[in-house]
Design a protein around this ligand. Structure first.
Ligand SMILES: [Zn+2]
Length: 266
């Protein structure tokens, strides 16, 4: 293991740590997808997992990349998506936090994450985590320099059941201190589709541990939203088009309110 640490995690023929869409856009909205990919760098040998586990929710947010691309296209807005699995290093966890590089995920042991040396944890963080977050920082700075505080939207998806509990929510909307976008979206979504089951800080709470919004949006007072789409509803192109279309319709209303583009210091 110690020999491999001196070599880079990614080889020259592998994708970079992140992908940027519509980088030329000046629209004050940034879509982020922390868990877009289930790819594992070749040097890590699939972390010892088989194809079924790598295709499952523990490795990525199923449907989230497609939703992010749909929304970035529709709003002609910039998006940044990770290109490697959350199992390598989770870009929505503070480095060092026990689940940042999970030895076990949803009950499934991850062989390549057992007894990890600090040097290996640092290597993954340096090569995948920080490049993504540096890019997010630069993209937000670019948009903010155009004049308006940009809105940060983090696109996630969640498993339909967890720990024996079937999650009823089709779309969960999450906030910590700044609930401006969440409240607007809850109202618009309920009006546009009255039978949609919406979660407010469900199935996860924006007040729980997270890195992306807590680092890039909340301290600066930027309007923000974390959204969780239920994976069984967005696992097909039809599902992505349906819920992504609905979400986009609601977001269009919320983003049209000029008063949103202010910093809220909480
Ligand atoms: Zn996620």
């Amino acid at each position: 293991m110690s020999d491999s640490l001196s070599s880079p995690l990614l080889t020259a023929d592998e994708p970079p740590p992140f992908t940027v869409l519509n980088g030329e856009s000046n629209r004050p909205v940034l879509f982020l997808c922390d868990h877009a990919s289930n790819a594992i760098p070749k040097s890590l040998g699939n972390l010892g997992l088989g194809p079924a586990d790598l295709a499952a929710h523990i490795a990525w947010d199923i449907g989230a990349a497609a939703l992010t691309r749909l929304l970035a296209d529709r709003f002609e807005a910039c998006a940044v998506l990770t290109n490697y699995s959350r199992l390598v290093v989770d870009c929505n966890r503070p480095p060092g936090e026990p689940t940042a590089i999970p030895p076990v995920s949803d009950g499934i042991p991850v062989p390549g994450n057992q007894d990890l040396s600090e040097a290996e944890a640092v290597r993954r963080t340096e090569e995948l985590f920080w490049p993504y977050h540096r890019e997010v920082t630069e993209r937000l700075a670019h948009l903010w320099r155009q004049g308006k505080p940009p809105v940060v939207i983090c696109i996630h998806s969640c498993a339909p059941s967890m720990d024996g509990f079937n999650r009823p929510w089709h779309i969960g909307l999450m906030y910590d201190h700044d609930d401006r976008v969440t409240k607007g979206m809850l109202g618009a979504l309920a009006r546009l589709r009255p039978d949609a089951v919406l979660g407010e800080n469900q199935p996860y709470s924006g007040k729980d541990i997270g890195f992306t919004i807590n680092t890039h949006a909340e301290p600066a007072g930027l309007p923000n939203l974390g959204v969780e789409f239920r994976q069984d509803l967005v696992g097909t192109p039809e599902g992505v088009a349906d819920l992504g279309g609905l979400f986009g319709d609601a977001l269009e209303e919320v983003l049209s309110v000029e008063a949103l583009y202010t910093c809220l210091m909480t």
